[in-house]
Design a binder for this molecule. Structure first.
Ligand SMILES: Cc1cc2nc3c(=O)[nH]c(=O)nc-3n(C[C@H](O)[C@H](O)[C@H](O)COP(=O)(O)OP(=O)(O)OC[C@H]3O[C@@H](n4cnc5c(N)ncnc54)[C@H](O)[C@@H]3O)c2cc1C
Length: 347
């Protein structure tokens, strides 16, 4: 690894100023956030920009806030900030849980949400998770602002729909009202070999109530528990959420870009939560059939396809247990025993 070549550091005070700099400096300039990817590429001599446009000092670009039923993560929010944000814990706890397991603490302390998505490394957790959560990505350029679905932003390995003078300004999530979710990632290298996100959208039996909102989450298996929507006096809702009305399964790291397993999702629609075990194998096979892996240092294409089946099965079983059909404790609350697998993180 060589030393960094000289460059000029620009410190704009606003998003507009940053975009104008990128437009004026053209191919010689790149945005700079945590630098965990950028500085590595520069040290390796793979990228030689003469101007870095530092985004970290733009006030508010790291903000995490809610409004209109949405949760917005600012582009320069670090993984660590996301992991610790109360709002994220309350509204989209699976996001906090995944953030806690990104990379190592050194990378989490400086690496940002925007840098992760803009870099579009296929071995990323966030893009896979955000795809399963129907997230939208906000961008700004001298031509104005636009919003893209996650799937539209990421075009392939290290390739996005972002124009050179465009900045990611944040990610917007609409916390789904009644869901059970799980993210399972596996890998023996620095970055994950495979990531599977499962989000089950739940409802009561046709015609029944069960409209209380909330996430069924790690360490908090009661739907709505820990969420801000349910006042403490709300009646328990476990019994009312008996059906899967919709589902998202996103497969990450093995495809050129994170991809939803649409056929596997369709197999889950309308299933009873209590009977999910009956379809787990079918769903896993459909997810594996939808994968488009290639041979690389993480393993052969055949191995990865098999691992998609194995880990879809595991993620779905964990999400199903979180949906409240697992064992119950003395008070009747679901107890989710999350198994541990070698080289695997369950979020
Ligand atoms: C050792 C290691 C392990 C890792 N493990 C994981 C893992 O387990 N899971 C995972 O998901 N990720 C992992 N990562 C990736 C990590 O999450 C990213 O490196 C980090 O989030 C990138 O953010 P950054 O702010 O450092 O980006 P930078 O390095 O500053 O920038 C990355 C790229 O994005 C561009 N960019 C940055 N911000 C913006 C913006 N707002 N708008 C437009 N373009 C922008 C830059 O120009 C550059 O091209 C790992 C990285 C390392 C180094």
């Amino acid at each position: 690894m060589s030393l960094l070549r000289p460059f000029e550091l620009h410190r704009p005070a606003t998003v507009e100023e940053a975009c104008a700099l990128l437009a004026a400096l053209g191919d010689d300039a790149v945005p700079y956030a945590g630098g965990t990817e950028l500085l590595l590429l520069m040290k390796e001599g793979l990228l030689r920009p003469r101007h870095l446009v530092d985004l970290k000092r733009i006030p508010g670009l790291d903000a995490i806030h809610d409004g209109d039923g949405r949760v917005a993560l600012g582009a320069t929010a670090t993984h660590r900030t996301v992991e610790r944000a109360r709002l994220v814990h309350e509204r989209v706890p699976i996001v906090a849980s995944v953030a806690r397991h990104v990379a190592n603490v050194r990378v989490r302390n400086v690496g940002t949400v925007g840098g992760n998505l803009a870099f579009a490394d296929p071995h990323s957790d966030l893009a896979t998770l955000f795809l399963a959560l129907d997230a939208a990505v906000d961008l700004a350029s001298p031509r104005g602002r636009r919003t893209l679905a996650l799937d539209e932003l990421v075009r392939g390995p290290w390739e996005t729909a972002r124009a050179a003078d465009e900045l990611l300004t944040g990610v917007t999530l609409v916390p789904p009202p009644r869901v059970a979710a799980a993210y399972v990632k596996f890998g023996m290298h620095e970055r994950p070999t495979l990531g599977i996100a499962v989000v089950l959208h739940l409802a009561g039996p046709a015609g029944a109530g069960g409209d209380e909102g909330g996430f069924c989450e790690p360490g908090d298996p009661t739907p709505g528990g820990g969420g801000s929507q349910n006042p403490p006096s709300s009646p328990p809702t476990l019994a009312t959420l008996t059906r899967v009305v919709d589902a998202r399964i996103a497969v990450g790291c093995v495809n050129p870009k994170p991809a939803r397993a649409h056929d596997a999702e369709a197999r889950l629609r309308g299933c009873d939560v209590a009977a999910l075990e009956d379809v787990v194998s079918d769903v896993a096979s459909l997810a594996a059939a939808s994968a488009d892996p290639a041979d690389d240092i993480h393993g052969s294409a055949d191995y990865k396809r098999e691992m998609v089946a194995v880990f879809t099965r595991r993620a779905l079983r964990i999400a199903a247990a979180r949906a409240g059909r697992g064992a119950r404790d003395a008070r009747g609350a679901a107890v989710v025993a999350v198994p541990s697998y070698p080289y695997t993180v369950v979020a």
